[in-house]
Ligand binder design. Structure first.
Ligand code: RIB
Length: 301
């Protein structure tokens, strides 16, 4: 099975602040660091570091930014044959990280929203039935890719982040995996508890394998046969940016490699735990080797 990630690439400007800005407030940041990011890029790096030689497709904009992303993807072990550049400015994100390591993110789509149906077709022509395509909600062509990948018999994994009103209108019945956080699952399903999520997905999307990340409460896996929980791990929280992307990349890598669900959840939870103990976006993603060698204690509830 080949794995394709059709996803965003953003330059992340991460500002350290004591507390997030309030409306009308102006204040100085304690520091700024620039990282390569974007949910798509972060997930490709995580997939590659987890041992899956993912193909990353997307639009990185002007030549200079595209070269930096190309280099970083190659270094992580990803394939960049389908990475586009162009005249548009690269996407970027303004990220505040507060003293507790929590973040808030403002994104500007830039080149991520310059992907045509021809671009999509040209990439998908290199993949076949049974291959996996990974998507997030930060490029303009998501709906078309879902339709077209499904028509070609590909398996589709979707992380509906950032969540907005367009998600409900997507053909979710054509997906194989859905990976989302608790706020997103509540917005999508209208349910407010684990039993409610399980019931709602089984009634509405019985074909889906769903993972709901629950922060310090771990993660929940749901399919038509089973629902299981995996705890999170005790770590010193430094920066939560991209933790969800690292989880998604490692979980899907496990699935692509045919690992059992429990093992995929365990590796993903540990990798996400390691990533929050470090600064940065994709830069915080560990390798599979590090995940296997790092001992972490389960966070008791
Ligand atoms: O999930 C973290 C990512 O969200 C950042 O890298 C930023 O670019 C935004 O896409």
């Amino acid at each position: 099975m080949k794995v394709l990630n059709f996803g965003s690439l953003n330059l992340d400007y991460i500002y350290s602040v004591d507390t997030f800005l309030r409306p009308g407030e102006t204040k100085s940041a304690e520091g700024r660091q620039t990282f390569l990011g974007g949910k798509g890029f972060n997930q490709s790096v995580a997939l590659a570091r987890a041992g899956v030689p993912v193909f990353h497709a997307g639009n990185a904009g002007e030549r200079e930014s595209a070269a930096a992303f190309r280099e970083a993807l190659l270094q992580a072990g990803a394939d960049v044959t389908f990475l586009q550049d162009g005249a548009e400015v690269c996407g970027h994100a303004i990220i505040q990280v507060d003293k507790n390591g929590q973040n808030c993110i403002l994104i500007f789509h830039g080149a991520n929203y310059h992907i045509s149906q021809d671009d999509v077709n040209r990439v998908l022509d290199h993949f076949a039935a049974g291959d996996m395509v990974v998507l997030q909600n930060e490029i303009n062509a998501t709906a078309y890719i879902i339709e077209e990948a499904h028509r070609r018999g590909m398996q589709i994994a979707f992380n509906p982040s950032p969540y907005d009103e367009t998600i409900r209108r997507l053909p979710l019945e054509k997906l194989s995996w859905l990976i989302l956080n608790e706020v997103e699952v509540q917005d999508l399903s209208g349910q407010e508890c684990v039993e409610g999520y399980v019931r709602w997905f089984r009634e509405n999307f019985p074909q889906l394998r769903v993972v709901v990340t629950l922060g310090s409460r771990g993660a929940l896996y749901i399919d038509s046969q089973q629902a299981l929980r995996h705890p999170s791990y005790q770590v010193q929280i430094v920066d939560t940016t991209a933790a969800g992307d690292v989880f998604t990349g490692f979980f899907l890598a496990g699935q692509a490699m045919g690992r059992p669900v429990e093992e995929s959840m365990q590796l993903a939870s540990k990798a996400a735990g390691i990533s929050v103990s470090r600064k940065g976006s994709a830069a915080s993603a560990p390798t599979l080797q590090e995940v296997l060698e790092t001992e972490l204690k389960v966070l008791e509830q």
